[in-house]
Each structure stands twice: as C-alpha cells, then as structure tokens.
Write a protein that binds this ligand. Sequence first.
Ligand code: F6P
Length: 318
Amino acid sequence: MVIAIMGSGGDAPGMNPAIKRFVEYLSERGGTPYFIYDGLEGLIDGKIGRADYGDVAGIIHRGGAIIGSSRSPRFFEAPWREVAFKRLQEAGIEGIVVLGGDGSFRAMELFHREFGVPFVGIPTTIDNDIYGTQYCLGVDTALNAIRDAVDRIRDTASTLKRAFVVETMGRECGYLAAMTALTCGAEVCLIPEVDFNEKVATAILREELERGRRYILAIVAEGTKRTLGVARWLEEDLGMETRVTILGHIQRGGNPTVRDRLMGASFVVHGIDHLLQGGEREIVIYDGGKLGLLPVEEVTSQSYRLDPEIVKLLNFLD
Ligand code: F6P
C-alpha cells in the first residue's frame, strides 16, 4: 500500500520520531512511504515525494517536523480540495497518516466524505485538547519546557521577593497551565475551565505574605486572557513587585522527550496497522494506558473536557 505522512496545523515535538518510524515500519511491512510536504497547503500544491530510510536518518532527537506543516484556509474551499485529490491520484497515494489537531481532522473528514481517501489521524498538539485521547503528541516536551522556565523564574522571584505571572499556551484549554501549577508548585493558577476566586486568593496570600512568604508564582493560561489583569491584582491588592513572562513559542520547540519519542512511534505503528487492515477515517487515541481508535466524526463533533480530577487538585486556593 502506498501511504503518505503529513503534518498539519501547529507543529509539536515528537513529529520527527513519528515520521522516522513511519518510513521504517511501513517499509518493513512491505508498503511504500511518501511524504506530503508543508501540510494541506503542500498537498494542494503537489509537494509530494517518495520517502526513504536516508530521509529520516538522524532526526529522532529534533523538534519540529522535517516535512513541514501548515494551516490551510484554502483547503476549506471545495475547488482546492478537488485539486488536492488530483495531486494524490497523480502520486498514486492510497492512504494518509495525518499528524495534526482537530481542525486538521475536520479537514480530512470532509476530504474523505467527498473523495473517499482513507486516513488515520495522530493527535498532535502541545495543547492536549483533542476529544477522546488522554495524550496528544508533544505535550510532555512542552510541559518540560515550561517546567524548566518556571524553575528558573522561581530562582529570581524568591531572591528578589517578587511575584511572577507566567502565561502558558493552550488556546481555550487550560491543560498546560493546570499541569504546570500542579508540578511546579504555583500559588495561583487561572484556566478557562474554572472560575478564579480573587477574594479568597487575596485573603490566603495576604496571610502567607505576613507570615514571611517571599514570592508568588501565578500560572495563567492564555485562554483566560487575564495575564495582565492578574499582574495588576498582585501589584495593587497584594503589594508585590510583579513581572510578567509570556512563554510563547518556546513551548512548541525543542528536542522531544523520551515520552514523546515513544508515543510518536507507537501512534504511527498503530495508525499504519489500521490503514493496512482497511481503516478508512479513524483517529488513534490513547486512553486508560492503551492505544485505540475512534471514528473521526466522534472526535471532531465533541469538545475536550479537562479531567475533573485535575480540576479538583487545583482547588488549593478555595
Ligand atoms: O495549538 C498550538 C498553539 O501553540 C496554541 O497553544 C497557540 O495558541 C497557537 O498554537 C499559536 O499559534 P501560532 O503558532 O499560529 O501563533
């Protein structure tokens, strides 16, 4: 079977280990691996090429994706999808492995409905916000990058008796912020999924400051849009000299962790096996410690909900 792999949407560490395993494993299984370069944009433009072991040598430790990725508004216009289908036919591609998020899966769902192109999706986003899977490729590396930054910030915050507001990515999802607060020992955490009780937090922190607390770390998810508001609160209500650090895209880069290397490879092997067995339009998921599959429409029609157990653990200021 001729199968192509493509990145789509925001990149995430772990894509390269997945791409490497894709070429190796599909070749071992007697298939023919192809790359689609630059995501759905590249597909429309016919950037498709045969892949070989040589292409994936020495990439396992690298962040990003050697085949590129893109966000493609063009693909949501029917005539461009027709062009994309022609490109696939010309190259003889019989199935696609898509490393992407739910926007990419929605695009592929549409494509499959119109042209019947078989695909499997590998949940790939540092936001970890895809319905049906507890793990998305890249999130472990992102969390470790954030942990490293927050550990460093704590050094300077505690020395100079300051408050720091650290903004994490995640779009509308508070997973990165919540996990960071839990693992880096933050005093304050704001995520879109939970109301923040400023009054209670003020009372608790005032008391702690009176008892000698030297610094405050506040982790704020970008989706709350409250980063600067929290800084103002810490300055004005708690009287702390405050600095703001927006971590931004450093959260998306860097060498994939061991977990992301293993997960990238495992997701891909599961996906290839499924396509070789006649899979049509499924997403590989990780749930209860095991890999599985869900139909794409089940994944795209529902929203990810932050695990209530995580939310419960966050209630340390209420
Ligand atoms: O979805 C991944 C993500 O990094 C989000 O956390 C963030 O909001 C967004 O992408 C940033 O997008 P861009 O790279 O286009 O600025």
